[in-house]
Design a protein around this ligand. Structure first.
Ligand SMILES: CC(C)(COP(=O)(O)OP(=O)(O)OC[C@H]1O[C@@H](n2cnc3c(N)ncnc32)[C@H](O)[C@@H]1OP(=O)(O)O)[C@@H](O)C(=O)NCCC(=O)NCCS
Length: 229
């Protein structure tokens, strides 16, 4: 009997805190998930939304020096959702974490507005940096399932990180990154060929000019020959 009352109290408490913040975030899920059939479904069953709401509380306590309470909330959230967001992470409005299981967001990560993360995404550090050691995502960034973004660099707004990519350096705005380690394959919807990004085999401008001069000399000497005949 006491156990039943304890469980019921936890559920009631959960929804008392969950409801007001969840209502503000539901619309971003409805807009971006074609599988979301109703607001009720999103409200009760979307673990990404649950994790985000509990992060908002954890972050509040973290910013007000109550680090233990903050961690307690984030660990409770991890236990019920499978999504671990450090209470120190700064997250903008409209984050949609789809499916969610295995998502890890580090302490100094910053996420802009209206970003989307799929299951298994890590916004982590490489272990080499101190202080700011996790990535910053601009607005409207999509990070595909299983992708790892590691280090204190920025992923520009409107960029897409492909499923299972491992991103280790800055990504410009409006880009698509794929592979391990990730390389940029599109910028502003234009395909980038691997040669465009080859910084080792760059054409040498001096030798190009010398070639042009050689050709000019050849042409001129042919012309002189013709005229002299
Ligand atoms: C990267 C992605 C966003 C597509 O972006 P896009 O800008 O439309 O790029 P394209 O589809 O034109 O692909 C560009 C190139 O990257 C390659 N590519 C795309 N996704 C890739 C991936 N995950 N890994 C490796 N290469 C990939 C394509 O084959 C293509 O190569 P090509 O130029 O040699 O033909 C998409 O493929 C993706 O990975 N989305 C993640 C979705 C997800 O995680 N869903 C989970 C739902 S549960």
């Amino acid at each position: 009997m006491y156990l039943l009352i304890a469980v019921a109290s936890i559920i009631v408490l959960h929804y008392i805190f969950y409801t007001p913040v969840a209502l503000c975030e539901i619309s971003s899920v409805m807009q971006r998930d074609p599988a979301a059939r109703s607001k009720a479904e999103v409200f009760f069953l979307y673990t990404g939304l649950h994790a985000l709401v509990f992060h908002r509380y954890a972050h509040f306590f973290y910013n007000h020096g109550m680090k233990f309470v903050a961690r307690l909330i984030s660990q409770y959230s991890k236990f019920v959702t499978g999504i671990e967001i450090h209470p120190g992470a700064t997250i903008g409005r409209g984050l949609f974490i789809d499916h969610g299981t295995g998502v890890v967001i580090g302490e100094t990560a910053i996420i802009g507005e209206n970003c989307t993360l799929y299951q298994g995404v890590t916004l982590g550090g490489t272990g080499k940096d101190k202080g700011k050691r996790h990535p910053t995502l601009g607005d409207n960034v999509m990070v595909g399932c299983g992708a790892k973004v590691l280090g204190p660099f920025t992923v520009g707004s409107n960029s897409k990180i492909a499923a299972n990519a491992v991103v280790l350096s800055e990504v410009p705005e409006n880009s698509t990154c794929v592979g391990v380690p990730a390389r940029i394959v599109r910028i502003n919807n234009k395909r980038i060929s691997p040669n465009d990004l080859d910084h080792i085999h760059m054409p040498d401008p001096t030798s190009q000019e010398i070639c042009k001069l050689h050709k000019l000399i050849d042409d001129l000497s042919k012309r002189v020959d013709e005229l002299s005949k």
